[in-house]
Design a protein around this ligand. Structure first.
Ligand code: OFO
Length: 172
């Protein structure tokens, strides 16, 4: 595997691990705050980020590269509100989108069309995740501090789809 591609894919493996860890911390905070629907949604999201990482690990190894399992720093543990959680989630996803765009750019520079093709799943996934996070933030803005609204939000959030289910169902 081209060394430049191997390096940038390993950077992406680390980013997916960091995402999974961050959403796990958010889920745990929500659970401790009694916001259980949101906690379940975020636990699921953390699992899906782990699947994103696994897909990359397998791809790198199967193409003759060496996937590096990264050390992950402890994520933020406390959040001010649901709006705080989802603002940070959107901000994080925008950063991940930039990283994925960079991988795609390097693939084209290196004429690695196989990896370019593989990365298209991540490009589509980012579109969905950003749209979902924006949608959730819009709902939270509408609800404001209305307790009844927040109760319904927490009840309904479990039915929101996280990510590209077809691709996330399997690590390959
Ligand atoms: Fe949140 O998405 Fe991974 O790539």
């Amino acid at each position: 595997m081209n060394k430049k591609i191997e390096k940038i894919l390993n950077k992406q493996i680390e980013a997916e691990a960091v995402s999974s860890h961050l959403y796990l911390a958010m889920a745990s905070w929500a659970e401790n705050s009694g916001i259980n629907g949101t906690a379940n949604f975020l636990y699921l999201h953390a699992d899906e980020e782990r699947v994103h990482m696994l897909k990359l690990i397998k791809f790198v190894n199967e193409r003759g590269g060496k996937a590096v399992i990264p050390a992950i720093p402890a994520p933020k543990q406390n959040f001010e509100s649901l709006t705080d959680v989802f603002s940070r989630l959107l901000e994080h996803e925008l950063m991940v989108t930039n990283m994925i765009n960079e991988v795609v750019f390097v693939c084209l520079q290196e004429k690695d069309y196989t990896t370019h093709n593989f990365m298209q799943w991540y490009v589509a996934e980012q579109l969905e995740e950003e749209a979902l996070a924006r949608n959730i933030l819009d709902k939270l803005k509408m609800i404001g501090s209305d307790k009844g609204g927040l109760y319904l939000f927490d009840r309904d959030i479990e039915s929101f789809q996280v990510g590209n289910k077809a691709g996330a169902a399997s690590p390959k």
